[in-house]
Design a protein around this ligand. Structure first.
Ligand code: HEC
Ligand code: HEC
Ligand code: HEC
Ligand code: HEC
Ligand code: HEC
Ligand code: HEC
Ligand code: HEC
Ligand code: HEC
Length: 479
């Protein structure tokens, strides 16, 4: 054991982890891995002291997990190269981590996070690659979604595909994802990953402002006011037990609470998808190879556990209601069930309002314009396509996201306010311009004015609503 002398001095408490790590070494790594780790450290203490210091401050160093345990490459690894007498690789993929963390790897494997780089067919991608340009995709989209890492003839990752810790990164060994998307190297700290800022690198901005919404919410306020009481370093981190105030992103989407354990599939507890033009309920089918499939709809036909579906055996079916129950199990560690259910009613109602009043009519009109050749088949070459795009992809998402996570300013001013303003003052006028008054009137009668909620726009505000508004301003502002 004398070659384990690089283990950080004074880490007696980590004896168990240390023994565990040794079991890992014996099972998975060549016997001389530990000695190689010592070489790496001696030299890298001079070359890149920051990296060694980060590692030294980690649970890994306490447990005796060293440089070579993660970076060592086998002969078969295409991303391996000779480095001062050792064959190493720069890329450390989720598969490499799974040697010791198989549960986290298995949960992450079929998740949306692991598939985040599969965006090639999307409208967003057309925008990025064609309307924008490749260098912007490299430093933009792919830093969040993940690149496909390519290896050059020296065995190193190419500069156009790495550095990259995008969420669904496609690795040279075929595995998907990047664990350091949340657990930044080389501390790989769980406390850091539990903080909302870890998610906020990607979950922000005009089309998915989750961190801004959370910061605005009571939950964000409470977290910032009580950060030192959050017990972020605790090994167990159960809502209501290990901390009792302001939940973070990780609390609700990954964390333990009541009967729910920690999960590395952030989608497990989501019942609506808020991303497409029209939201729908999400059901999840899990297969024996740990892959997962979304089945949309309120009550769709779902395969049964044990059945073969899409050529694979089904091991679990999680309906949208089950997913909602999982989320609510966490909420009720800090709230009463009726409170939580009423919150969900408010949230559902906003999603339905957005869907029915704005998204479905606009979507139907866009489809008719295309089908009748009034606008071209190509995307983003007509002004009305940009208006519709921002209506659902930015403003409509903000409204839905704001409602889902208790951010009133995003639900209304950045959200449904913008949707309605642009629907009435940009979308409808542009429709009249491209389709002509007569055709526009026909489409509007069919899809828009067929709903009472839009009649004010055709017929003017009704007398009693006008009177109510007048009374309000008179009594409040004497105007
Ligand atoms: C004799 C000194 C020395 C030893 C021993 C050494 N390294 Fe390095 N390493 C370097 C230097 C210097 C660099 C900077 C890149 C360069 O100049 O090649 C580097 C770069 C790296 C890189 C980045 C490579 C790249 O192309 O981006 C990794 C990863 C790495 N070392 C890991 C290790 C591991 C793991 C070990 C032990 C198995 C190790 N090193 C042993 C000196 C060393
Ligand atoms: C728990 C696994 C793990 C351990 C232990 C580990 N690394 Fe790394 N290292 C990574 C990961 C993950 C990356 C990011 C590579 C990627 O994007 O896949 C990385 C990247 C690097 C890089 C290139 C990136 C940069 O910031 O320059 C160097 C150099 C490096 N490691 C050196 C070391 C050295 C030296 C040690 C030991 C003190 C070490 N690593 C220990 C997982 C590890
Ligand atoms: C050789 C085995 C091994 C490898 C490879 C390995 N780990 Fe670990 N990891 C451990 C051990 C052992 C611990 C300590 C366990 C404990 O303290 O409960 C640990 C702890 C952790 C923790 C908890 C840290 C904390 O603050 O509590 C995280 C997160 C983690 N590893 C992530 C990773 C990631 C990501 C990778 C791949 C880049 C990786 N590990 C690779 C063995 C390994
Ligand atoms: C700041 C990080 C970030 C950037 C930059 C970014 N995205 Fe995203 N993207 C996300 C996040 C986070 C989501 C998930 C949002 C949600 O669930 O609300 C997402 C969602 C998507 C989706 C929907 C996926 C689905 O399964 O429905 C597509 C497609 C997409 N992005 C493509 C792109 C493309 C293409 C670009 C560049 C032109 C891009 N994104 C730029 C973070 C980013
Ligand atoms: C989306 C962000 C995110 C990604 C990506 C991620 N993790 Fe984690 N991880 C977390 C959070 C948050 C926790 C703390 C969960 C808790 O205790 O509530 C955690 C906890 C852990 C732990 C500690 C488990 C324990 O029981 O103490 C390990 C080990 C770990 N992650 C490994 C990994 C590995 C391996 C990967 C890649 C396959 C990975 N993580 C990817 C966010 C992430
Ligand atoms: C490196 C960027 C990145 C980070 C960091 C990140 N995410 Fe994501 N997240 C994404 C992208 C991209 C998607 C969309 C994936 C897709 O469906 O293609 C996504 C999707 C999601 C979803 C929707 C999943 C589903 O199944 O519908 C949730 C929930 C989520 N992330 C939560 C989190 C939480 C919580 C954290 C922090 C602990 C986090 N994310 C960190 C990029 C990121
Ligand atoms: C109080 C618990 C809670 C917190 C804290 C929280 N969320 Fe959520 N999140 C939810 C709920 C509830 C939904 C809607 C779930 C549903 O549709 O059933 C949701 C939905 C989402 C979605 C899906 C959006 C889509 O487009 O389909 C993403 C992504 C997400 N959250 C990310 C985050 C991130 C990132 C943070 C932190 C900045 C965060 N959440 C904080 C409860 C929370
Ligand atoms: C760790 C404890 C904790 C968890 C978990 C938690 N909350 Fe909260 N939540 C609070 C506290 C504390 C408040 C502040 C109550 C107040 O307004 O005084 C709060 C406030 C709220 C509010 C009121 C917002 C406002 O602006 O008045 C809603 C709605 C809410 N939570 C819903 C949820 C839902 C839904 C979940 C689960 C998805 C959840 N919470 C999870 C602790 C928690």
């Amino acid at each position: 054991m004398s070659e384990h002398c690089y283990v950080r001095a004074g880490s007696v408490s980590s004896l168990i982890g240390f023994c565990l790590a040794i079991v890992c070494f014996m099972a998975l790594a060549p016997a001389d891995a530990v000695a190689q780790g010592q070489d790496c450290i001696t030299c890298h203490e001079q070359q890149s002291p920051g990296i060694v210091a980060q590692w030294n401050d980690s649970k890994h160093s306490e447990a005796g997990v060293s440089c070579a345990d993660c970076h060592q490459a086998g002969d078969e690894d295409i991303d391996g190269f000779e480095h001062h007498g050792q064959r190493i690789s720069v890329i450390v993929s989720p598969k490499d981590c799974s040697q010791c963390h198989v549960d986290e790897f298995d949960q992450q494997k079929g998740s949306h996070h692991a598939k985040a780089a599969e965006i090639l067919g999307s409208l967003d991608n057309l925008l990025g690659e064609v309307v924008g340009g490749e260098p912007a995709v490299v430093v933009g989209c792919r830093q969040c979604h993940g690149s496909e890492v390519k290896i050059d003839e020296t065995g190193r990752p190419t500069a156009d595909t790495w550095p990259n810790t995008g969420m669904g990164r496609i690795n040279p060994d075929g595995s998907r994802g990047s664990c350091s998307a949340c657990h930044t190297r080389h501390s790989f700290s769980v406390a850091q990953a539990r903080q909302p800022e870890s998610c906020g690198k990607c979950h922000m901005g005009p089309d998915h402002p989750q961190i801004e919404i959370w910061n605005e919410s009571k939950h964000g306020i409470l977290y910032h006011a009580n950060r030192e009481k959050m017990n972020l370093d605790s090994e167990e981190w159960v809502a209501g037990k290990d901390y009792f105030t302001g939940p973070t992103c990780a609390s609700c989407h990954m964390g333990a609470g009541g009967d729910e354990g920690v999960t590395h599939d952030v989608g497990q507890r989501i019942s609506w998808t808020l991303r497409p033009p029209v939201s729908d309920k999400l059901n999840m089918v899990v297969y024996e190879d740990l892959s997962k499939k979304d089945v949309m709809g309120e009550s769709p036909e779902l395969p049964a556990v044990g059945e073969t579906h899409d050529g694979k055996k089904v091991t679990e079916v999680i309906t949208w209601q089950d997913r909602r129950d999982k989320m609510q199990e966490v909420c009720i560690q800090c709230h009463a069930k009726p409170f939580v259910e009423s919150f969900y009613t408010q949230y559902d109602n906003l999603v339905v309002l957005y869907n029915e009043k704005f998204a479905k009519p606009a979507k139907a009109i866009m489809a008719d314009l295309k089908a009748e050749g009034i606008i071209s088949k190509a995307n983003f070459d007509d002004q009305i396509e940009w208006i519709w795009w921002e209506l659902w992809h930015h403003e409509g998402r903000r409204a839905r996201h704001g409602a889902s996570m208790m951010g009133p300013d995003y639900a209304w001013w950045h959200g449904l306010y913008e949707v309605s303003k642009h629907f009435y003052t940009d979308f409808i006028p542009e429709l009249k311009k491209v389709a002509g008054e007569e055709k526009a009137a026909e489409l509007l009668e069919k899809y828009v004015y067929s709903q009472d909620g839009h009649l004010w726009h055709r017929d003017g505000i009704s007398d009693d609503v006008r009177q109510r508004i007048q009374n309000f301003y008179q009594s409040r502002y004497k105007q």
